[in-house]
Unconditional design. Sequence first.
Length: 261
Amino acid sequence: MRLCENCYRRHWRAKINKNTGVQVKHKNGNKVFICIKCGHVQEEEVAEAPRQEQIEANILYIDIETSKSMYYSYGAKVPSKYLNPDDLIREWFMISWAASYVGNDKVWSEIVTPQKALEWNDNEIVYRLHELMDSAEIIAGHNVDGFDLKRVNTRFMKHGLSPITGKKTIDTLKLCRSKLALESNRLDFVSKWFGILGKDDVTNKDWHAVLQGDKKTLDKVIKYNIGDVVNGKNVLLELLPIANKKQNFGALKKTPPAMDG
């Protein structure tokens, strides 16, 4: 990034459109940034601001729901501990996703249609999530490093999209394990421990119903998915004081960051 044309500093964060959740672009295609010192809005020809210069950041909390994979098997006991990939019938797919910026109440989400669930096909729901993640400076989630990022990148690449790499992450599961001594580190338990309301669970029977294209169950799953994001963001805010992270993220101010209307 160049120096700010107003205050001549060099610290930026992406300008996010509050309706789409995607970084604002100029008509010429250049990305638009906001100076964290004076609020000046400026476009830049480079693809993105250097990571070391992004002191204030837009933190996107994500959560996904996926199916199980389907295999042929001689029984529940597997001597080798691993199923043979030659026995794979259907590979897992992404059923739904939800995402929201810290400091913004809006939650974006998508879920497969009943027909796509029957086909085990998530091709229609990956593109919007890719746009959101590509626009964020920091990606957060509960087990986001161990599960969500690996899974979404697998599906992105399956459908010809570039993987999301090189972004900073905040994994609340890691924070719970390394900084606290809770009886359980499951998100629902941690939420209730912090006094955050829990949510209805999705049963194994429900996951089977999803694969039958049951619309009522799909509606239940997306509600569950959104609930994980809402609770997860609240847990993240509780954990930040012990996370050894800088507290001057723009998305964590008392007033949300300036966004394009």
